[in-house]
Design a protein around this ligand. Sequence first.
Ligand SMILES: C[S@@+](CC[C@H](N)C(=O)[O-])C[C@H]1O[C@@H](n2cnc3c(N)ncnc32)[C@H](O)[C@@H]1O
Length: 363
Amino acid sequence: MKLEAPLKQAYESDHLTASEAQRMAHLIAFAPVVFQVARLMHKFGIFSLLRDSDNGLTMDKVAERVGISRYAAQVLLESSLTAGTVLLKDERFYLSKTGWFFLTDPMIEVNMSFNHDVNYLGLFSLEEALLNGKPEGLKVFGDWPTIYEGLSSLPDQVRKSWFGFDHFYSDNSFPQALEVVFAHSPKTLLDVGGNTGRWSLQCVNHSPDVQVTIMDLPQQIGLMKSQTEHLPEADRIHGYQADLLDPETSFPGPFDAIWMSQFLDCFSEEQVFSIVSRAGKSMTGNTRLFVMETFWDRQRFETSAFCLAQTSVYFTAMANGNSKMYYSGDMMRIIEKAGLKIDKIHDNIGLGHSILECVKNEE
Ligand SMILES: C[S@@+](CC[C@H](N)C(=O)[O-])C[C@H]1O[C@@H](n2cnc3c(N)ncnc32)[C@H](O)[C@@H]1O
């Protein structure tokens, strides 16, 4: 794997002093505790209370204002103090810079809810998932082969956090992605793994004459229909039920554009090869395939690479046991092996997506 700046500088050597490294190791050893405490400091409103208090608050005042016991406030505040989300001076607690991000960076809230509601319990089975290549943690919610069959039946809060996570990242990329895709004025577009139809709706609103077909599992086509059918433009959105894990499932078409957003990361390398090969068979010389993914190695910020590489573990333990947030070189190699050519790469889309714009390789 080859890395470019800034990840090359971040990851090729050790930047910590020995004591910083030891502290980091301890932080990791206690990560579930630090995570749950920060989540509750936020949920109970202690972070926002401290932000809004010019002169900080005593422990008793925090307990009183939040309506928890002094014991509960003390446990939370002492854990937070030593973890670095709050500060203590002259008997009064203040919000630290790290604590401030819990209130101001919406990505942290989305990631925390996803980790708490979707991943936390199932991660206990990560070891079996890695050894068996199956999403062993998914058993905490139901008996499906992958999370996608179960999406529509997950407990409400889990489903809310799953969709919150999925939509947060893709929604932020749609405005720029529309420019990329509609630069070619497609009249027909296949949205593969189109889920609840958010991208398809953007497409029909953006272009008055595009017809969009969403290809997804039957459960998601049902969800999509219930979420879009009352909208006036939805008559140009069509559903096509298909299980793309079945190698006999061929692509409908041809279409002018095929769109796969946050879709191929749901599959192993072998499955991606099979799906892209079948997409290629449906393509003509005029079809463009757009693959939008968050590649961890193409991030502008090291923190984004960190978040993405950790998200891979959700795929292992919860989603399917065999996919990940891809290293871009792996994805490009598979796409080219499947008979397509990567015509352009559009980086820095939204919060860290790249779009691989592909055509049939007719050489
Ligand atoms: C992570 S979501 C991406 C949703 C949307 N494209 C976006 O960018 O937000 C993956 C989508 O792929 C669909 N999917 C997963 N496995 C599938 C399969 N075997 N066949 C068809 N669709 C599948 C899921 O139902 C889901 O809608």
